[in-house]
Write a protein that binds this ligand. Sequence first.
Ligand code: GLN
Length: 340
Amino acid sequence: MKTTPTCVTVVLIAGLALATAAQAQSAKDIQSALDAAYTKYRDLQEGTNADYIPALAKVDPDLYGIALVTRDGTVYTAGDAASRVSIQSISKVFTLAKVIEEQGPDVIANTIGVDATGMRFNSIVSIEFSQKALGGPEMNSLVNPGAIATTAMLQGATRDEIWNSLLAFYSDFAGRPLSVDQDVFRSESDTNQRNQAIGYLMYAYGYIREEPLRATDIYTEQCSVAVNARDLAIMAGTLANGGTNPVTKKAVMSAGNVPEVLAVMATAGLYDDSGKWLYRTGLPGKSGVGGGVIAVSPGRFGIAVVSPPLDEAGNSVRAQKAIADISAALGGNPLAAASR
Ligand code: GLN
């Protein structure tokens, strides 16, 4: 059949109308999914705040915020997406991203490793099991030993230079200038002897080349950066969008390095419960003991929930449940792409 220009125009306009309708529909669907998960888990009383860092025990356990950012930069929220908590271990993702940007993905695979330890996030035994003689490296950048070693790999001539460049990198992911919660930083610095020991052990075994205490100090400061659910969702959304912030449109990291970051999140983002999480959601994710969890549906959306009470593994209870529900409602599981 021959198509006339008029015919093509009609088809185009009809297509556009359909696409707009689908978009409007999906905006409504997304908001409903967030609202439903917010209401369903608002009164859930499970888990407890982390208290090994004294400042975290004082955070309101009822604080509960959800945010989701689509690839086009639309931000959806439910509950309190504005109150801030410390980013804690979620920072490890972005430090890993920076080291990969600076030195390429192989440097991480060849030194720290990209395997799950299957142990708690601050396990010292996991360092012992990772020795080369035992077939190592068998760690990753998202548990404390690997994370402190990853921070030690950041480039910069002085502590200030390293820190300012790291905070600027995090801020580009969030799309606004982030800052440190000084109370949390002080509280964690006063009580981080275990992490100092981990830093020293990583130095003794050659994973850290110099100044292990400085690396642990920068690591502690990065964990104290204050973020809310909205910030975290935009950070996750930047990973979902191939490294370009979907809100500010700034290219924060190269698209080619994003898959490696997401892979480590999938393997080890929720510590020793990473397998359970991946089994249920298929989403690369990362939790922090401040109560935040981020998850990434590549090419679709970034999502974050903040709610301080944690389960035994150190992952926010409400956040895991809310993200799993919302992603299921929106068909966000990338492993189910061919099953829909
Ligand atoms: N700063 C915390 C620590 O090192 C981060 C741990 C976490 O969020 N799981 O213990």
